[in-house]
Design a binder for this molecule. Structure first.
Ligand code: ADP
Ligand code: MG
Length: 224
């Protein structure tokens, strides 16, 4: 009974979310259309700024759509043995420019012999979401430390930051759709991340302290 209940609850949540996608996506698309219209009428330096905003809004729109698609269908086409140090090398490459911009540093300690079973692009999506939040939490300076190791039959990954942290109330709401404390946040990142990790038979636990920092501990069954 409880399984059935969970399932119907999930379906209800998914359809509610799907219904609100149209609404969420409409705003950035309309803003984009507006700026592009202005651009076509003007012929000066401001165009650069308008194009920049238009692109940002388009990216945001496609992020939201992608997050919803992943949430609605986290099962993967391509399941393979994936190597953690390879994945995190790629992730670091994606995030270093952002960390530089925000004034933070990323410190990685991932041995090369760790493998899990899963989907490489979904894995990246999940950890980019987690680490982006950490970088954003630094608010100017600080560090994000990522380490991984084998413990028994599990691969354990820690993502730790010394950013603004969360109180108990915020921690409980993590993963709730639209929970965001950011002016430009979607509040969808953790919802999708939790679902990806669950679909890969992993677990994630957060601990945090206001003004001190946050740590996420993620566990997956070892792939080898
Ligand atoms: P978004 O990043 O779009 O706000 P998320 O689902 O990724 O949405 O995160 C939800 C909220 O959880 C964030 O707005 C932030 O307040 C909080 N949060 C998540 N990770 C951290 C972190 N490492 N440090 C502090 N707050 C965090
Ligand atoms: Mg986020």
């Amino acid at each position: 009974v409880s399984n059935e209940l969970q399932r119907s609850e999930k379906i209800k949540i998914i359809s509610e979310l799907a219904a609100s996608v149209a609404h969420e996506v409409r705003n950035p698309l309309q803003v984009t259309r507006g700026f592009l219209q202005l651009m076509s009428k003007q012929d000066d330096d401001k165009n650069k700024k308008y194009v920049g905003i238009a692109l940002e809004e388009l990216d945001r729109a496609s992020d939201i759509i992608n997050d919803f698609l992943t949430f609605a269908k986290p099962e993967f086409d391509h399941i393979a043995l994936i190597n953690l140090s390879e994945e995190f090398n790629h992730i670091e490459g994606v995030l270093i420019p952002m960390a530089n911009l925000e004034g933070g540093i990323i410190i990685m300690d991932i041995p090369s012999n760790l493998w899990i079973r899963g989907n490489s692009s979904k894995f990246k999506q999940a950890f980019i979401n987690i680490m982006k939040n950490s970088i954003e939490a630094l608010q100017g300076c600080g560090e994000v430390k990522v380490k991984a190791y084998l413990k028994g039959t599990e691969v354990v990954i820690h993502v730790q930051d010394n950013g603004i942290g969360m109180n108990q109330e915020e921690l409980v709401r993590l993963g709730e759709p639209y929970f965001s404390n950011k002016t430009k946040g979607t509040g969808l990142g953790m919802m999708v991340t939790f679902r990806i990790i669950e679909a890969m038979e992993g677990t994630i636990e957060y601990s945090s302290e206001k003004e001190v920092g946050t740590e996420a501990v993620i566990r997956f069954p070892s792939g080898v």
